[in-house]
Design a protein around this ligand. Structure first.
Ligand SMILES: Cc1ncc(COP(=O)(O)O)c(C=O)c1O
Length: 398
């Protein structure tokens, strides 16, 4: 399978919602359930009565207080956002000279930075060492480093100490923790870390609370950094419903519910891992900490088409830098749904099970039209990732 570096905005802007066409059983989008739980829906419905006025400073403060209390921070260290995605869109306001983005990872930070003309260095982690972080692969002069923890799409959870080791004087370290609440106890989260200089943590309500349509999240960091991020925002950037959602989802009862959901997810993921590991021709990226798994198969495009024909949507993964057409990402669902995926995948793989997954061949992306690629200097770091030792992750073949 040929590896082609995804560089165009349309490639990088591909997300699972595009794969999840109506009518398909959705394993492409990593949202838990079809909508928010009744108690949260009720809170939002009650907040509708406040739509007749602008969101107030008191609404904003109440949301920030709740998020601060949830993470042991001060309200001044919270910036409520219209989803974690807004946090990426604000990054150019920091005016970085060189950004390093850890890949394969969520692609929107790179899109936001490149669109603003900021040079982006791709730091590629490697399946060979479990996609482990290598601080030395990050250019010393990068004054902004972006990574996800746990990482989408690899589902790798980096140790907090390895993430913290990326901090440097004069550098902003942005950790996207959109999926952190899917990990029971959040052992590697830096959300409560108020001492690492330059650290900004992004959190999302989208996944655990099934609120992708609302757009709600927040950033945690030093007040001076948050002020710089927010400088160019329009007035009232987060509506009454978004503020209410942050407040509600940060209350202790919600945090306890999220933890129970995370524990249930572990059991569901164990089930899916066991079932997929029994399929010949499937390589799994393990261990996995997120509500999704990264798979590698042979003839990935054909397998994806066969799944689609069987009524199942999975996330193509070749739009993530460092991955290929043979990589697929699947959401973890309860076993009754996962069994449908596993059966369809077994059928789709049957004709190719005998073929081993081909090694990755790296092709420099000279064929990409220059219009988008030339906007910024993208410095692919294809060889990064080797030599960091084993232990954090492992790739199994079965
Ligand atoms: C890793 C990651 N970070 C951030 C986001 C965006 O989150 P939000 O919906 O809060 O903007 C996504 C959405 O898919 C994601 O996968």
């Amino acid at each position: 399978m040929t590896y082609r570096e995804p560089v165009t905005t349309s490639q990088l802007r591909h997300h699972g919602d595009v794969d999840a066409e109506p009518g398909l059983l959705d394993f492409a989008v990593n949202v838990r359930g079809a909508g928010p739980p009744p108690w949260l829906r009720d809170r939002l419905v009650a907040a509708l009565d406040r739509l007749g006025r602008y969101p107030s400073a008191a609404d904003d403060l109440a949301a920030r207080r709740a998020a601060a209390a949830r993470h042991g921070r001060r309200p001044e260290e919270v910036l409520v956002l219209a989803g974690a995605a807004e946090g990426f869109a604000l990054l150019p306001a920091l005016r970085p000279r060189l950004a390093a983005v850890v890949h394969p990872g969520f692609t929107e930070p790179e899109v936001a930075l490149r669109t603003a003309g900021i040079p982006v260095h791709r730091v590629l982690t490697d399946a060979a060492d479990g996609h482990r972080l290598r601080p030395d692969a990050v250019p010393a002069d990068a004054d902004l480093v972006v990574l996800g923890n746990p990482t989408n799409p690899t589902s790798v959870l980096h140790p907090a100490a390895a993430v913290r080791a990326l901090a440097r004087p004069g550098r902003v370290l942005l950790v996207d923790e959109a999926f952190a609440d899917a990990v029971p106890g959040e052992p590697e989260s830096l959300a409560g870390d108020a001492t690492t200089a330059g650290l900004v943590v992004l959190r999302s309500l989208t996944k655990t609370w099934a609120l992708p349509g609302l757009r709600a999240g927040y950033a945690l960091g030093a007040p001076s950094l948050l002020d710089r991020l927010a400088a160019g925002r329009p007035p009232w950037p987060v509506g009454v419903l978004g503020l209410e959602a942050v407040r509600a989802c940060c209350e202790p009862a919600a945090v306890a519910e999220a933890r129970r959901a995370a524990e249930a997810l572990v059991a569901d993921r164990d089930w899916l891992v066991t079932a997929l590991a029994a399929l010949p021709g499937v390589q799994l990226q393990l261990p996995a900490a997120g509500p999704f798994l990264l798979l590698r198969v042979s003839a990935g495009a054909r397998v994806r088409a066969a799944l689609r024909a069987a009524g199942i949507a999975v996330r193509r993964a070749d739009t993530f830098p460092g991955l290929t057409e043979d990589h697929l990402r699947v959401a973890v669902r309860p076993p009754a749904q996962s069994a449908v995926l596993v059966a369809a995948l077994a059928e789709a793989l049957a004709p190719v099970a005998a073929e081993p997954a081909a090694p990755k061949e790296v092709v420099p992306n000279t064929a990409v039209p220059n219009t988008e690629a030339a906007k910024t200097a993208v410095r692919p770091d294809v060889g990064a990732g080797a030599g960091y030792g084993a232990g954090v992750g492992q790739e199994t073949r079965s």
